[in-house]
Design a protein around this ligand. Structure first.
Ligand SMILES: Nc1ncnc2c1ncn2[C@@H]1O[C@H](COP(=O)(O)OP(=O)(O)OP(=O)(O)O)[C@@H](O)[C@H]1O
Length: 266
């Protein structure tokens, strides 16, 4: 269980994340939603300690994540894989090597410096690529792939890291609808088949409702909604997104009565 207690991060006088408390059980698929600037990225960056909090605490099992440093902090970051909107692959390296970089925390320093990957590590990386239909691209340069393909490679790299949590920061923001589906399906497999907790920042409410078990809605750094997709009515969405609501709520799709929506999720 990931427990966040009174988490705050200020930049100057502005609170990007403001007194956020959440409990996230292992195996959850949580969508973090909200308009641009709501604090979604900062929340994810605080969880893997790319940013340090101004106040509050993060606990994972018996670890006080906010107090970690040195080797213990590196171990936490290994347990907490992150994927980004811009994929963050090494473009000139081939796809397989990019995935193997996710194994760096599992191998000796000599192996990591010389990149002498064992047959086992290579098999694990190839199997991860195969899981997302990317095995046949193993020997191509990463920069030669489409955005959606690169994101699936990034997800394979995260998987071989064997994390407990995957943090995905707007992973589909630059993708077309077909690649969006492939990447969201890949995240769903990471969650459902491999049991990894996924926290995913999403701009699209429809996608968040379709894929996530739980939605956390943020506005001005605070959590203003926490529940299942069917509880987030279009009225709440409009309050959450303000003027941007038209971009995230498909006005042409009639919303079924709450009882029907609940039945669909049962
Ligand atoms: N390093 C920083 N320095 C100063 N201000 C920052 C920094 N990082 C974030 N902020 C501010 O904190 C607020 C929240 O930013 P954040 O990136 O977390 O929002 P977001 O919901 O992820 O937005 P987006 O969907 O556009 O990525 C914004 O007002 C942003 O300008």
């Amino acid at each position: 269980m990931l427990v966040i207690e009174g988490l705050t991060r200020r930049f100057g006088t502005k609170a990007a994340v403001d007194d956020v408390s959440l409990e996230i059980p292992a195996g959850s698929f949580v969508g973090v939603i909200g308009r641009s600037g709501a604090g979604k990225s900062t929340l994810l960056r605080l969880i893997n300690r790319l940013n340090d909090p101004t106040a509050g605490r993060i606990r994972f099992g018996d670890r006080d994540v906010t107090a970690l440093n040195g080797a213990a902090l590196r171990a936490w970051r290994a347990d907490c894989a992150m994927i980004f909107q811009q994929f963050n692959l090494v473009g000139r390296l081939d796809v397989l090597t990019n995935v193997l970089l996710g194994r760096l925390n599992k191998v000796s320093t000599g192996t990591s410096v010389l990149r002498l990957w064992s047959a086992d590590d290579r098999a694990i990386a190839l199997s991860a690529l195969d899981s997302f239909d990317m095995g046949s691209f193993a020997h191509q340069r990463a920069e030669s792939l489409s955005g959606g393909q690169q994101q699936r490679v990034a997800i394979a790299r995260a998987l071989v890291q064997e994390p407990k949590i995957l943090l995905a920061d707007e992973p589909i923001a630059s993708l077309d609808p077909r690649n969006t589906k492939l990447v969201m399906d890949a995240l769903q497999r990471i969650n459902k088949e491999f049991g990894i907790t996924v926290l995913c920042n999403l701009h699209s409410l429809d996608l968040a409702r379709a894929y996530c078990d739980r939605l956390v809605g943020m506005a001005a750094g605070k959590v203003v909604f926490d529940g299942r997709g069917f509880d987030l009515t279009d009225d709440v969405a409009r309050r959450l997104y303000g003027l941007e609501a038209g971009d995230v709520v498909d006005e042409t799709v009639p919303v079924a009565p709450k009882a029907e929506r609940e039945k669909a999720f049962a």
